[in-house]
Design a protein around this ligand. Structure first.
Ligand code: ADP
Ligand code: MG
Length: 424
C-alpha cells in the first residue's frame, strides 16, 4: 500500500486533510512489519493510527484499554464514524452475551478488551484462533511501576501476547520518560521495537526556575511577575488554600482577573471557571493539578508552578499546556528552600496508613486518593495479602521519592534545562 492510498483513507474514511505529527511515521513503521512504541501527546490522534492500519491489513485488531470508560468512549466513536463491526469485551456482559461475542469474533474489525478479560482462558483461547492483524496496547505506560498510573493487571500482557502467538504489537502512550519507555518494552517482552516520539521538546516554551529564600518572597515575586506577564495563564498549587489565597491577591494587586480551581469547588463552579477561561473572561486560573485534563486552549502564554509538581514527567505534561499555537510562551517553576518537604508530606499522605488498612477492611472505605484506592481494591480482589500489599506500596513510595529528587536536580541544574528534561 503506498503513501497516496494512506492519505486517501485519511480523507475518505475520516475526513481529515493531513496527518498530525507522528501518525504517518507510526503507520509506516507498522507497514514495514515492526512492533512500535509510539509516544504522542494527548489529542494527537493515537486511535486513528490503528484505525487506518485496519483498512490496510483487513484483519481484526485487538485493543487493550485500561478503563471501561475509555473503552466505551472509543467504541462509540468508531460506531459514530460508521463502522458497526466493533465490540468490547469487558465485565459488563453476562455469560450469554459473552458466549455469543466469542463465537463471532472473526466478524469484528476492532475488538476492545480489558487486561483482566484477556487473562480468562476461554477468551484467550477464542482470540488465539483469530488471525490477529495488530495487537494494540493503549495507555501503555500503565504497565510500568514508574508510570503515573501503574495498573498491575497490565503485567500479564506479556504471557497473554505469547498465548496469542505474538502478533504485531503497537504500544501507545502520551507520557513516557526514557526510563518508562525501556520498562514498557521490557515488561511487554518485545524485541526489535521501533520508537516514535513526538512529545517532549516544545521549543516555543521558555523554561525558567525562580528561587526565593522564603515563602513571603515567593508570594511577592509571583505578584511582581504577574504585573509583567500577559494572560491567559495557569498557576499550579499543591494546596487548595494557597490557590484561593493567591487568586484573591492577584485580583487585588494586579490587572489580571483570576479564579481558583480545585476539588473543593462544586462541579458547576468548576465548569463555569473552565469556560470563562476558555472564553478569555478570566486571565489566570489558580489551580491544583485537577485542572488541565481536557483543557485544550491554544493561546496559554504562561504556566507557573507555585509548588513543586509530583515529578519531572508531570511537570512536562503540565507546562505542555502552554503555547499550543506555537507562539512564544514561558514555564516558570518557583522554588524556595525546603519546598520538597511539602511535596514529601503530600506524598506520605497519599499512601495508606495502618488506620487506612483497618478502615478499608472494615468498611471498604478510606480517605485515600483515587489512584491509591483503586490499587488497593485491585490488590485485595486479586488475593494479595496485606503484607504483600504493604511491600508493594513501600517500593512504590521509594520510587516516587526518587522521582521527586530528580525534580530538585532539575531545579538546581546549571546547564541547559531542555537537555536535562530530554535526558531524563
Ligand atoms: P489521543 O488518543 O492521542 O489522545 P484521540 O485518538 O482520542 O487522541 O484523538 C483526538 C481527536 O483528534 C479525535 O477527535 C480525532 O478524531 C482527532 N484527530 C485524529 N487525527 C487527526 C488528524 N490527522 N487531523 C485532525 N484531527 C485528528
Ligand atoms: Mg487515546
Amino acid at each position: 500500500m503506498n503513501k497516496t492510498n494512506v492519505k486517501q483513507i485519511l480523507k475518505e474514511r475520516f475526513g481529515f486533510d493531513s496527518f498530525n505529527p507522528g501518525q504517518e511515521e507510526t503507520i509506516q513503521a507498522l507497514q514495514s512489519g515492526k512492533n512500535v512504541l509510539s509516544i504522542l501527546p494527548t489529542g494527537a490522534g493515537k486511535s486513528l493510527i490503528y484505525q487506518i492500519y485496519s483498512y490496510l491489513i483487513n484483519k481484526p485488531i485487538v485493543i487493550v484499554s485500561p478503563l471501561l470508560s475509555l473503552m466505551n468512549d472509543q467504541v462509540e466513536r468508531i460506531r459514530y464514524l460508521g463502522s458497526s463491526n466493533v465490540v468490547a469485551i469487558n465485565s459488563e456482559h453476562d455469560w450469554k452475551e459473552r458466549k455469543s461475542i466469542l463465537s463471532n469474533l472473526e466478524h469484528y474489525r476492532y475488538i476492545f478488551i480489558s487486561p483482566e478479560m484477556l487473562n480468562q482462558k476461554e477468551i484467550n483461547q477464542s482470540l488465539a484462533k483469530l488471525n490477529i492483524g495488530l495487537f494494540v496496547v493503549d495507555e501503555a505506560h500503565c504497565i510500568s511501576k514508574w508510570g503515573i498510573d501503574f495498573r498491575p493487571d497490565y503485567l500479564s500482557l506479556k504471557s497473554n501476547l505469547k498465548k496469542l502467538g505474538n502478533p504485531q504489537t503497537l504500544m501507545l502512550t502520551a507520557t513516557a520518560s526514557k526510563k518508562v519507555q525501556d520498562d514498557i518494552i521490557k515488561k511487554i517482552g518485545i524485541d526489535n521495537c521501533s520508537r516514535i516520539i513526538e512529545s517532549v521538546n516544545r521549543p516555543n516554551i521558555f523554561l525558567a526556575v525562580q528561587k526565593t529564600e522564603t515563602e513571603m518572597d515567593k508570594q511577592s515575586n509571583l505578584i511582581y511577575l504577574l504585573t509583567k506577564l500577559k494572560g491567559p495563564g495557569i498557576i499550579y498549587f499543591s494546596s487548595k488554600k494557597m490557590a484561593n489565597l493567591m487568586s484573591d491577591m492577584i485580583n487585588l494587586k494586579t490587572k489580571l482577573k483570576s479564579a481558583p480551581y480545585h476539588a473543593d469547588l462544586s462541579n458547576s463552579d468548576r465548569f463555569k471557571i473552565q469556560h470563562q477561561f476558555m472564553d478569555n473572561e478570566l486571565d489566570v486560573v489558580c489551580a491544583t493539578n485537577a485542572f488541565g485534563m481536557g483543557i485544550d486552549k491554544s493561546d496559554i502564554k504562561f504556566v507557573i508552578h507555585y509548588h513543586l509538581p509530583k515529578d519531572l514527567e508531570s511537570y512536562v505534561q503540565e507546562i505542555g499546556r502552554a503555547g499550543r499555537n506555537g507562539q512564544p510562551s514561558i514555564a516558570i517553576l518557583m522554588y524556595s528552600d525546603g519546598d520538597e518537604q511539602i511535596a514529601l508530606n503530600l506524598l506520605e499522605s497519599s499512601f495508606p496508613t495502618e488506620r487506612d488498612y483497618e478502615n478499608y477492611n472494615k468498611h471498604k472505605f478510606n480517605y485515600l486518593d483515587e489512584q491509591t484506592k483503586r490499587l488497593l481494591d485491585f490488590y485485595y480482589q486479586h488475593g494479595y495479602s496485606e503484607s504483600q500489599i504493604k511491600q508493594i506500596f513501600k517500593e512504590n513510595h521509594s520510587l516516587k521519592v526518587k522521582d521527586l529528587y530528580k525534580l530538585v536536580d532539575y531545579i538546581n541544574y546549571v546547564g541547559c534545562r531542555r537537555k536535562f528534561i530530554q535526558a531524563n
